[in-house]
Design a binder for this molecule. Structure first.
Ligand SMILES: Cc1cc2nc3c(=O)[nH]c(=O)nc-3n(C[C@H](O)[C@H](O)[C@H](O)COP(=O)(O)O)c2cc1C
Length: 187
């Protein structure tokens, strides 16, 4: 199989769910955020926003607000998470990038998804682990969560389509098991 640095980064990336305390440097974070803004986006509107948080207390408080929203849910599984003091949706990663967009275009979430993949691959290329964190997707419009997101700098009318946890992996990464029959090539 043909390979190069980009293909290796794609193939070696795995979701990281245990992190060391080591913070991502400003230089690396800046490079990752810049990579995000180079992603393709519908009609080149660039209405997305990237809110990067590296403050442990602020991340803990964000998790508390998400737990609060889950605790109000009708869904038993979410209620359990909300009431579990040990639940941490971002796996205690030292950095979290919130990726949001104006929900006015139907492809707003797609813009965010391709930006997130750029984030994951840029991080991988710098030796930094990452994971997609989805819990703000369903909780960003809870009043308490929204007020806190606004205080962090997430634009008020934006929906959160995903987040990227970033940091250094604390455990070895799993090997990828490929699912069969997911590719068709028509010659
Ligand atoms: C749309 C989307 C949402 C996801 N949400 C979460 C999440 O909230 N928490 C999490 O741990 N992983 C989340 N993931 C990561 C997937 O679980 C992961 O990519 C999948 O298990 C394949 O593993 P790999 O990334 O290591 O290849 C999400 C991935 C995508 C694309």
């Amino acid at each position: 199989m043909k390979t190069n640095a980009v293909l290796e980064a794609i193939k070696n990336r795995r979701s990281v769910r245990t992190y060391t305390e080591q913070q991502v440097s400003k230089e690396d974070l800046d490079a990752i955020l810049e990579a995000a803004t180079y992603a393709p986006n519908g009609m080149h509107l660039e209405t997305w926003h990237f809110t990067a948080i590296q403050n442990k207390e602020k991340l803990t408080l964000l998790n508390e607000h998400i737990r609060g929203a889950f605790a109000k849910s009708d869904d038993k599984r979410l209620q359990e998470r909300g009431n579990n003091v040990n639940y941490n949706c971002y796996y205690h990663a030292p950095t979290l990038i919130i990726v949001s967009n104006e929900p006015t275009q139907w492809w707003a979430g797609m813009d965010c998804a391709v930006a997130l993949e750029n984030i994951f691959l840029a991080a991988q290329s710098l030796g930094i682990g990452s994971c997609w964190i989805n819990q703000l997707g369903t909780t960003c419009d809870d009043p308490e969560v929204r007020a806190y997101l606004t205080s962090l700098g997430v634009p008020e009318h934006h929906k959160v389509y995903g987040c990227a946890a970033l940091g250094y992996a604390n455990t070895p990464l799993k090997e990828k098991k490929l699912k069969e029959d997911t590719i068709t090539v028509v010659g």
